[in-house]
Design a protein around this ligand. Structure first.
Ligand code: ADP
Ligand code: MG
Length: 389
């Protein structure tokens, strides 16, 4: 059993110092939990708001091990961390959430798919192939047909590491030479996400399903709508699957489950992330409990918070303008902040890059359509540029 919390200076360690680590550390400040962050640079977003920043590489065994020995509970804001060190720390009594075993599966998109298959969880069919040559061979042998989606098993995020291969020419131009999970192009009606939380007592709470709209060029989320425009049946189905997945993985903390709702009305798991997630940012400004507070509750073994939405919300990711790389400048901020019901979250990344997530805004409004209009205004009028571009 963990020692009593909050009053005892309980130390929460977070692997990763990006925006998710920053927002988690901000939530922890409210409870006077002491936060420790491990990442490469003290210029990263979370470094400014945590209690102890440790410079190091979260992929390195020794860095993770030495960092973990200094905290009471260790969590992540990114999957690509050294899980061998986490397994050792767990053996030595450090509480690690999510469990290193689940994380090992999740950080490999191939192992994730095998897990869904083994647990009879709905997902699209797939093949695992070692490299570009094996993929081309599978096509020649008639075991794989165009079009298909290629995903790097271990090197993807924000649409990087995903290639949609439609034609013979794509095979030459887009195919990645890496261990891959290959799946058919899904006939997607909507992309949904459910963030679910579980604590060590086994309580589970799910946030209402959200709907995501993607930027077609960058293949990453531009807008998020809560509530999703889906039937009660689809919402219940997605929620029930999300609860089942977190239980099957035996995870404490948050699990974000991304879904495809197909044009046939099927609800398929796309992928999961065992941590705070972009699809839960609106909860800071629109729900009874934020995803970050919920994650803390779950990992320090407190009762979970209520997940109800207080008001409809639209989240818009503030992405770096295409063709701009360098010190970030925010143009149009004051016109955008003037939109009633708008909450801005600027992450504090010093350098902008094309389509880099630099911040987000959540627009709350009793009328979801009005919130969408304001969010689209922000998307058009806020430009994150570099004067050096
Ligand atoms: N099988 C598929 N069929 C159609 N679109 C897909 C498929 N897989 C992924 N995509 C699109 O690519 C996006 C990114 O893929 P995802 O596996 O979620 O990778 P990431 O780790 O970058 O989020 C998805 O949200 C979806 O828009
Ligand atoms: Mg995804």
């Amino acid at each position: 059993m963990a020692k009593a919390l909050i009053n005892d200076g309980f130390r929460v360690g977070i692997l990763g110092g990006g925006q998710l680590g920053k927002m988690l550390a901000l939530a922890a400040q409210n409870w006077e939990l002491t936060t420790w962050i491990l990442d490469a640079s003290s210029e990263f977003p979370a470094a400014q708001v945590c209690d102890h920043f440790v410079a190091g590489n979260f992929k390195d065994y020794d860095d993770v091990y030495n960092f973990g020995k200094q905290v009471d509970v260790l969590t992540i804001e990114i999957e690509h961390v050294n899980t061998d060190a986490l397994l050792q720390l767990e053996k030595e009594g450090v509480i690690v959430h999510p469990s290193p075993a689940a994380l090992t599966t999740i950080k490999d998109k191939g192992l994730q798919k095998l897990f869904y298959q083994a647990h009879d969880l709905p997902t699209s069919p797939f093949q695992l192939l070692d490299d570009a040559a094996a993929i081309k061979q599978a096509i020649q042998d008639g075991q794989l047909q165009l079009p298909f989606v290629q995903k790097s098993r271990t090197a993807g995020y924000d649409g990087k590491g995903v290639a949609i291969i439609r034609t013979e020419a794509d095979l030459d131009n887009l195919l990645m030479d890496a261990p891959s999970m290959i799946e058919p192009l899904v006939d997607i009606d909507k992309e949904l996400a459910v963030i679910v939380a579980r604590n060590p007592s086994g309580d589970i709470q799910a946030f209402p399903p959200v709907e995501m709209e993607f930027n077609p060029t960058a293949n990453l989320v531009e807008f998020l709508f809560c509530p999703a425009n889906i039937s009660t049946e689809v919402a219940d189905r997605a929620t029930q699957i999300a609860r089942q997945v977190i239980e099957d993985f035996n995870i404490c903390g948050l699990l974000a489950v991304e879904f495809f709702l197909t044009n046939d009305g099927e609800v398929l798991i796309n992928e999961v992330a065992p941590r705070p997630h972009n699809s839960g940012h609106h909860t800071i400004d629109s729900a009874i409990t934020s995803q970050f507070q919920q994650h803390l509750r779950a990992i320090v073994d407190l009762p979970l918070g209520a997940t109800d939405a207080l008001v409809p919300a639209v989240m818009v990711n503030l992405l770096g303008a295409p063709e701009h790389t360098g010190p970030a400048h925010y143009e149009g901020l004051s016109e955008c902040i003037a939109q009633p019901g708008t909450h801005f979250h600027i992450y504090g990344k010093t350098v902008t890059k094309p389509f880099r997530k630099m911040g987000h805004a959540t627009v709350v409004d009793q009328d979801l359509e009005a919130a969408k209009t304001k969010a689209r205004y922000i998307n058009e009028h806020l430009r994150i540029v570099s004067k050096e571009a």
